[in-house]
Design a protein around this ligand. Structure first.
Ligand code: FES
Length: 315
């Protein structure tokens, strides 16, 4: 059996212990999985002790709050970008790459909660920016909202490989992103820029028909090397050669699960590289409860990807 080091993104946070501790399904703590021994491999504050300290209860979970829409921009027929005013702690905690929130029209109930990645934050003004591609039942219900919107967060597991990302300093990175995945890629690019990295970007506007990377035009540390169709076989060949020629310390691949797997399986030079990928699984509750986001590892063990960091994408 191959052992992975899964890690709960919420472990040690203001939201730990959570509902899963109360149901004895904690991702990290073996005691809170009903076992008699401790083998958690977690180096932070003891989750079992924190649970006992709370009187065998979870901490206060994330709740809905109303956020003022400061700006709304529409691009083409299906991309809407909202700038929202949020409490200071939210703006700060959502600055980490992979952050996301649930948003919904305040006239509707929680069935309409849609998980949306954070595109950028401004912690001096307590603003966050999110981009929504309008194409489904949930996102259509948000399109005509103009004054305020309900949000729930912060959530952080929007990308896998955070550990690799945090190690990347003073080096070269390659970003490959398609469609609406360009939005979370922007938060990631800003993080890499803050750590003195040079960044090459390959984008495919996909169904968004929008180039989010325009914002980086003129930035000497961000080089848009190709705008293309990532489904094109010649592009796969181009990326393979590009990676083989340049010494990238980190590569981000952001697209649907289908395309991410296609690129990871077909680009030989991606093997043995530090890869960060987008969590493109279906996220519904974000709390590890509903099971919508579950994938199975090579041992058949179910992994709730809304909360679990996956280091090895060979699931
Ligand atoms: S989204 Fe509900 S368990 Fe992950």
């Amino acid at each position: 059996m191959k052992n992975y080091r899964w890690q709960c993104i919420d472990a040690g946070s203001d939201y730990c212990p959570c509902y899963l501790a109360e149901t004895m399904d904690c991702i990290t703590c073996s005691h809170l999985q009903g076992k008699e021994f401790c083998d958690c491999n977690w180096r932070g504050v003891c989750i079992y002790q924190a649970f006992a300290f709370e009187g065998d209860k979870k901490k206060v979970p994330r709740e809905d709050m109303e956020a003022l829409i400061v700006k709304k921009e529409e691009h083409g027929s299906n991309i809407t970008i909202f700038t929202l005013k949020v409490p200071h702690y939210m703006a700060r905690q959502l600055s980490q790459p992979g952050s996301y929130i649930f948003v919904r029209n305040k006239k509707l109930n929680q069935y309409f909660d849609a998980p949306i990645s954070i595109m950028s934050t401004d912690i001096r003004k307590d603003l966050i920016k999110i981009a929504i591609e309008i194409h489904g039942i949930k996102t259509k219900s948000i399109k005509d909202v103009n004054d305020s919107i309900l949000i729930r967060g912060p959530y952080w597991n929007g990308i896998f490989g955070l550990e690799y990302l945090k190690q990347t300093k003073d080096s070269n990175s390659l970003i490959i992103a398609r469609g609406i995945a360009q939005a979370p890629a922007m938060l990631l690019i800003n993080y890499l820029l803050n750590n003195n990295n040079q960044i090459d970007v390959i984008i495919d506007e996909g169904s968004s028909n929008y180039n989010f990377m325009k914002e980086f035009y003129g930035n000497e540390n961000v080089n848009i090397v190709k705008e293309c169709d990532l489904y094109d076989l010649e592009v796969i060949d181009y990326i393979d050669k590009k990676i083989a020629l340049k010494n990238y310390s980190l590569i981000f691949v952001g697209a649907s699960n289908f395309l991410q797997n296609k690129l990871l399986n077909n680009i030989e030079s991606l093997k043995n590289k530090k890869i960060v990928t987008l969590n493109s699984n279906e996220i519904c509750c974000g709390e590890g409860i509903c099971g919508a986001c579950t994938v199975h590892d090579v041992n058949g063990i179910p992994i709730r990807t809304c909360k679990t960091q996956i280091r090895d994408k060979s699931l």
